[in-house]
Design a protein around this ligand. Sequence first.
Ligand code: CA
Length: 261
Amino acid sequence: MQVYDGPACLAGERPFASPDWDRTLIPRSCLAATIVRMRVLVVEDEVKMAALIRRGLEENGQAADVAGTGEEALVRAGSTEYDAIILDVMLPQIDGFEVCRRLRQNSVWAPVLMLTARDAVEDRIAGLDTGADDYLTKPFSFAELLARLRALVRRGPLEREAVLSVGSLRLDPATHQVWRGESEVQLSAKEFSLLETFMRQPGRVFSRFELLEHAWDYSYENRSNIIEVYVRYLREKVDRPFGVRSIQTVRGSGYRLRDDI
Ligand code: CA
């Protein structure tokens, strides 16, 4: 945590409560000067690119550490509180998406700016789904990298959505993970979305139509039995292997998730 020792607010000036300066109230007029003192972790295996980014950051007054692998990044981010993390997607062994997922899993909430050589929409979505905050496609201009970093650091670590917990089921909306007790359960995107709907309102009876509306992006024909099918899949994964029956059929009404199992 850094200590702000700059000028105080002028009369009538609205201060900025900085998450990086121990919630100190910093005059907005001094904001640009204070945010250059940030500590950034650069995760990139290409030595030249990593050195280029580090040099650029240092020339702009920021402190930068470089990690050449995902494993190293996880160790460093676990022991140092960074203001931001620049994370390349293309890394040997564990890739940037997985690194980001594990950072969030380890409760590291520093803003993450992902770098990739590919401009595929799927990559961007995958990055944001794993908990990245912004995205930059290679090749990029250093000025843009700096501008995006500043914006992320100014915003500070976001309050992340808490892990949902119902009985012995837990679901993490940020990392898309589900556990029954200590066992992690692998679900498809649709199964996850259906379970999330149940877990947001445990005990409530949902009609098939409501489940379609909540868990599916497109309206399916009502006569389709898609909900029955997915409820069955879900029971096969989160209930049956554990010998419980938490997803109940309420005859004539729909389904509910018991909150006591
Ligand atoms: Ca790389």
